[in-house]
Design a protein around this ligand. Structure first.
Ligand SMILES: *Cc1c(COP(=O)(O)O)cnc(C)c1O
Length: 389
């Protein structure tokens, strides 16, 4: 078994060289320092500043979204997007148990309850089939709204997440939700640069969110974005992320309980420089994934690739091992040898605060939880041609 593990580490080292290898680290080889210094010199370091607007415009142009509203992090973006989608205290949000904790925490911040349905094995993301099965069993229509016959709470939204950048079958998810009058918010935190049927992830739901945490495809240190094509929702998003302050030359008037969730100009400066490299990052990530795929295919192992009809950004490369025992052995073996690898997340239902949430059988989620590991996925040092004069 360890002979095969050694072969895997050899492939990783053929991409990243010797020495300790991180799972996903940021690359700052462009205009990052220059824009940061300019930003400090301008004195506009907080949430008002030209770089915030520029960063929003760049992300909107890249994704094709009509509006992009920058936030302090992806979790805050999710919190506000859910609120704008109509998620209220004591309502419910259908999401996946196989996700990063932020997805689920954002539901809790709204005072709402998560309900977990299974994922597809191919995409590792919310399954429209599992969603349909769940709703056909539990959904009840009343006054145009959808209720859960088990809890009699309103099902306000569905929150699919595009796992590791592999797009969910989002059109089918939306078709099911449309039948039941449920809003869709896409957690596209991991899928900047991923497409389904030629459309960028996050363009399908009523609202979507991105993350620019330090380990994501591009980073602003910490940061997030709300995407929507709806001008009214975009204006509301900007308003409640900036303390709901009514514009006035000097008075402090706030017309509802807003949040201090606006992205600072300093972080946006970093984001503007990172956006200049995004196409290159994606191209290099696709090259790395192709190298992994060739190796794992030749060795009869299961490397996760773009689902049919989709283009993945290969944010985090994923390998499906044969069993939980093999997974655990590989994690030990690789981490002890300085190659950082990680298991996929524990299912949300395994965590104490979400263990009481309603869920379906989660068969694929459990299957993947036992077998999936992430292997190093950064853009390697000096892989980019120099951009600076
Ligand atoms: C990264 C991430 C987020 C947002 O995380 P922040 O650190 O708050 O930016 C949300 N959902 C998923 C699935 C993520 O991977």
């Amino acid at each position: 078994m360890s002979a095969r593990f050694d072969d895997i580490l050899d492939v990783v080292r053929s991409i990243y060289g010797d020495g300790p290898i991180a799972l996903h680290r940021p690359v700052f080889e462009g205009n990052e320092k220059r824009y940061l210094i300019d930003c400090i010199d301008s004195n506009f370091v907080s949430s008002v500043g030209a770089r915030v607007i520029e960063f929003e415009q760049k992300v909107a142009a890249f994704t094709g979204a009509k509006h992009a509203v920058a936030t302090v992090n992806g979790t805050a973006a999710l919190h506000v997007a859910l609120q704008l989608a109509g998620v209220e205290r004591d309502s419910e949000v259908i999401t996946q148990a196989l996700t990063f904790i932020a997805t689920c925490n954002a539901v809790a911040y709204c005072g709402a309850h998560a309900v977990f349905v299974d994922v597809d094995r191919e995409t590792m993301s919310l399954s429209p089939d599992a969603l349909r099965t769940f709703l056909s069993e539990y959904a009840v229509h009343r006054d145009g709204l959808c209720y859960n016959r088990k809890t009699w709470r309103r099902i306000a939204a569905c929150l699919p997440m595009h796992t590791f950048g592999h797009p969910a079958r989002i059109k089918e998810i939306i078709a099911v939700c449309d039948e039941y009058g449920i809003s869709v918010v896409e957690d596209a935190a991991e899928s900047l640069g991923s497409y389904r049927d030629g459309l960028h992830t996050g363009r399908f739901g009523k609202l979507a969110t991105l993350s620019f945490n330090g380990n994501k495809v591009i980073t602003t240190g910490a940061g997030g974005m709300i995407l929507t094509d709806d001008s009214e929702l975009a204006a509301r998003a900007k308003h409640i992320t900036t303390t709901a302050k009514v514009p006035h030359p000097f008075e402090f008037v706030h017309d509802e309980t807003g949040y201090n969730y606006r992205l600072p100009n300093l972080n946006a400066a970093l984001g503007c420089a990172q956006m200049e490299r995004l196409d290159e990052f994606l191209r290099i990530k696709a090259d790395i994934a192709a190298r992994y795929e060739a190796f794992f295919d030749a060795n009869g192992m299961h490397f996760v690739t773009s689902p049919a009809g989709a283009v993945s950004n290969y944010w985090l490369n994923a390998l499906v091992l044969d069993s939980r025992a093999e997974r655990d052995a590989f994690l030990q073996y690789s981490n002890q040898r300085g190659v950082m690898t990680r298991p996929i997340w524990r299912l949300m239902t395994q965590l104490e605060m979400y263990s009481g949430c309603q869920h379906d059988g989660l068969d694929n989620s459990r299957w993947l939880e036992d077998r999936v590991v992430n292997i190093p996925s950064s853009v390697p040092d000096n892989a980019l041609p120099a951009l600076n004069p």
